[in-house]
Write a protein that binds this ligand. Structure first.
Ligand code: PLP
Length: 391
């Protein structure tokens, strides 16, 4: 059976070039980057080359890029250190955030007594920026705003340039979880005045276990992992040199091919919307995911017009890997917080959400196979329902 992978928002397959670059680094540049001899310095150069390339693309200085183990660590570092070292007393966020942000905020609330204000999104998953401005003006407490750039379940994009302007005007710090958009969109942080952002290499065909935090120098943020002076003393621990090189190669490929990849994925997404709408009567699309504006081209979130909690398993048995939401909560039996925000009770009781996420390798034939599989499953559900009614 030819397997089909449509879960690219969870993770992406590694590019061959990334694997080659990593293997080469592991073989040839194994030195400890903190060592002063030539082996160490060679490894150090590998790291600094990647740091410079990323900084140039984001229009920031290399010192503002801090390598970490993943998006989760970057977000934790930024939020926890803002409270610990920058005196943040209040966090404004939304229920749409990834668990690594929302749980971290709750931790700061319970352990450090931080006040938390949530902006509830509308049924399309939009954050009301007037509400944000109102909240910003309502308190003199030192505030951190934490709002993600693109939602990992419904793909809604937030205007982070506008949010950054509101935060600056009201003396608040702004952190954006940019894990789903880094290397998928051109981000210019000399124009978008975010203070903090995060990146994870495995979302753009790089390896797992490596990411970075963008930390604007002027904020004076410190690290939370203490030890050696690595990463300008912001993140102690011997660096994952091969991982950083892999991140750098994946970044380079994504940036070089961005126009072509974006066009391809947008075309695939449009095709999926068209085919699913034509073949699955009653299907709906959640959030803004089926729209061209304000939606990330990698994610389409559908609501199937029947209840089927086993859909992921049934599709997997047909060779199609897909998820119903964030990989971090996919084992949970409850609908995700994001789904609770954008679906009505009736939709949750009688429908099945499905997150279809694309890469530059996804083909129209794979979408056709998904549509066929969903038609078969929906037919089985209808037969089952009729049998139950006649019992
Ligand atoms: N933030 C978002 C929006 C994500 O989608 C993810 C991963 O699913 C993360 C953070 C966590 O990244 P990592 O898997 O590198 O810890």
């Amino acid at each position: 059976m030819n397997k089909i992978y449509l879960d690219n928002a969870a993770t992406t397959p590694l590019s061959e070039e990334v694997i080659d670059a990593m293997v080469n680094t592991m073989k040839m540049s194994f030195g400890n980057p903190s060592s002063t001899h030539s082996f160490g310095q060679e490894a150090k150069i590998c790291i600094e080359n990647v740091r410079r390339e990323i900084a140039d693309c984001l229009h920031v200085t290399p010192a503002e890029i801090i390598f970490t183990s993943c998006g989760t660590e970057s977000n934790n570092m930024i939020i926890k250190s803002s409270v610990e070292h920058l005196g943040v007393e209040r966090i404004i966020s939304s229920p749409l955030e990834h668990k690594c942000v929302s749980e971290c905020i709750l931790d700061m609330k319970s352990r450090r007594g931080v006040e938390v204000n949530y902006i509830r999104p509308n049924e399309k998953g939009d954050i009301d920026l007037h509400k944000l401005e109102e909240l910003l003006k309502a308190s003199d407490k030192k505030t951190l705003v934490s709002l993600m750039h693109a939602n990992n379940e419904i793909g809604n994009l937030l205007d982070i340039k506008k949010v950054a302007e509101l935060c600056k005007a009201n003396n608040a710090l702004f952190h954006s979880d940019t894990v789903q958009t880094m290397a998928h969109m051109n981000l210019d942080f000399s124009d978008i005045q975010v203070d903090f952002a995060s990146c994870s290499a495995h979302k753009f065909h790089g390896p797992k276990g490596i990411g970075f935090a963008f930390i604007r120098k002027a904020t004076g943020l410190k690290g939370i992992i203490t030890g050696g002076p690595q990463e300008r003393s912001l993140r102690a621990g011997t660096e994952n040199v091969a991982g950083i090189v892999g991140l750098g190669k994946a970044w380079e490929l994504s940036l070089k091919n961005m126009v072509q990849y974006t066009q391809h994925m947008q075309e695939i997404k449009d095709y999926a919307v068209e085919r699913l709408s034509a073949e699955i009567s009653g299907i709906k699309f959640n959030g803004r995911s089926a729209e061209k504006e304000n939606s990330l081209y990698t994610v389409l979130n559908a609501l199937l017009p029947f209840k089927n909690p086993l859909i992921g398993l049934q599709l997997d048995m047909k060779g199609i890997a897909i998820s119903q939401g964030s990989a971090c909560s996919s084992g949970a039996s409850k609908p995700s917080m994001v789904m609770m925000m954008v679906l009505s009770e009736d939709e949750m009781d009688n429908g099945t959400p499905l997150r279809i996420s694309f890469s530059h390798m996804t083909t129209k034939e794979e979408i056709d196979a998904l549509v066929l599989a969903l038609k078969e499953i929906s037919k089985d559900v209808a037969i089952e329902k009729t049998n139950l009614e006649h019992r």
